[in-house]
Design a protein around this ligand. Structure first.
Ligand code: FDA
Length: 284
C-alpha cells in the first residue's frame, strides 16, 4: 500500500512499470526530436537468477527498440548484472547485452555507481570495449579521481557521459560543494570537447548548459559532435528547447518494477522534492 502510493510520486521520474509504457514514452520524445536511453531499473543484485532476469530484460528491450523503430540505446548498472556475485559472471552478462546491441548497431552505456565500484566498473568497461567497441561509460565530476579516469577512457577511444555524481561520497573521495563540482565539470567538459569521442554532457544545470554551449562555439565544435543528456521528467521544456536549437538531446528513460533506489536518488538531489512528497503524502 505504502509502495503503491509512493509510486504515484515516482511516476514523474519513471516512465512506467512495463516495456510497453517505456516504448510509448520514448516514442513521444522521438516525436519532438529527442533521442532516449532506456534503463531497466535495478541494482545491487545478490542472486544470479536476478542478474540473469535483468540481462534478459535488456535483451528484450534491445529487441523492442529495433522492432518498434524507436531511437534509443540502453543504459545499465553493473551491480544489476551481478558485479557483487563475480567479475566473470558480470562480464558475461554485459558481453551478451553488448553483442545483441551490436547486432542492431546499437550502443550500451554503463552507468556509474558509488565510488566503491568505480575501479571495477572502469576495468569491466575496458575489457568489454576492447572486445565489442559499442559500450560507453559514465564518469562523475565530483570524484577527485575523475580527470585521470577520463584520460584513461579517452586514450582507449571510449565514449564518456559526464555527470556531477548522485551518490553520497566522503570528502577524501569527492568534492563537496556545488561551485567546486561545477568548476571541475567544466574543466572535464573542455577536455571532452577537445579530445573526446562524441561526449555526452548530462546535466539540468542552466549555468553549465550555457557555458558548454559557449565553449563548443568558441572551439568550433559542431553541434552534432556531442550531446546533452537529461533525465526523464526533469526540465522537459529545456530538453525540447535544446533540441529545437539544433543540439543533440538524449533523455534517460527508466522503467520497471525496481524503481525505489532510483526514486530515492532523485528525491535526495532536491530538498523541494522531499518536501513535496512528504506534504502530499500526509494530505492523503
Ligand atoms: P542540479 O542538481 O544542480 O540541478 C539543476 C536543476 O535541474 C535544478 O535546479 C532543478 O531545476 C533540476 N533538477 C535536477 N535534479 C532534479 C531532481 N532530482 N528533481 C527535480 N528537479 C531536478 N549520476 C551518477 O552518479 N551516475 C550515473 O550514471 C548518472 N547518470 C545520469 C544520466 C543522465 C542522463 C543524467 C542527466 C544524470 C545522471 N546522473 C548520474 C545524475 C547526476 O549525477 C546528478 O545527480 C543529477 O543530474 C543532478 O545534477 P544536475 O547537474 O542535473 O544539476
Amino acid at each position: 500500500m505504502f509502495q503503491r502510493i509512493l509510486f504515484l510520486f515516482a511516476r514523474r521520474f519513471v516512465a512506467g512499470l512495463t516495456m510497453e509504457e517505456a516504448v510509448t514514452a520514448v516514442r513521444r520524445l522521438n516525436q519532438t526530436g529527442i533521442q532516449a536511453t532506456l534503463d531497466v531499473l535495478g541494482e545491487n543484485v545478490s542472486e544470479a537468477r536476478d542478474a540473469d532476469a535483468a540481462r534478459l530484460s535488456y535483451l528484450a528491450t534491445l529487441d523492442s527498440i529495433q522492432s518498434h523503430r524507436i531511437q534509443s540505446n540502453v543504459s545499465l548498472k553493473l551491480t544489476q548484472m551481478g558485479l557483487d556475485i563475480g567479475r566473470d559472471f558480470c562480464l558475461a552478462n554485459l558481453a551478451s547485452i553488448c553483442e545483441r546491441a551490436r547486432s542492431y548497431q546499437n550502443f550500451v552505456r554503463i552507468d556509474m555507481e558509488g565510488s566503491g565500484y568505480t575501479e571495477k566498473n572502469l576495468s569491466l568497461f575496458e575489457t568489454c570495449f576492447e572486445r565489442s567497441g559499442n559500450a560507453g561509460i559514465v564518469l562523475q565530476a565530483y570524484l577527485h579521481r575523475t580527470e585521470k579516469d577520463l584520460e584513461r577512457v579517452i586514450s582507449l577511444g571510449g565514449r564518456i557521459r559526464l555527470c556531477k555524481g548522485a551518490y553520497k561520497e566522503p570528502p577524501e573521495r569527492a568534492l563537496q560543494t556545488m561551485p567546486e563540482i561545477r568548476r571541475n565539470f567544466l574543466r572535464l567538459t573542455e577536455i571532452l570537447l577537445e579530445r573526446g569521442d562524441y561526449p555526452a554532457i548530462a546535466t539540468h544545470d542552466d549555468y553549465l548548459i550555457h557555458r558548454v554551449k559557449q565553449m563548443a562555439a568558441e572551439r568550433g565544435v559542431p553541434r552534432d559532435r556531442f550531446e546533452f543528456q537529461m533525465l526523464y521528467g526533469i526540465r522537459p521544456e529545456t530538453q525540447r528547447r535544446l533540441a529545437e536549437e539544433g543540439y543533440r538531446m538524449r533523455v534517460y528513460v527508466p522503467y520497471g518494477t525496481h524503481w525505489l533506489p532510483y526514486f530515492y536518488r532523485r528525491l535526495r538531489e532536491r530538498k523541494e522534492n522531499v518536501l513535496f512528497v512528504a506534504r502530499n503524502f500526509f494530505k492523503r
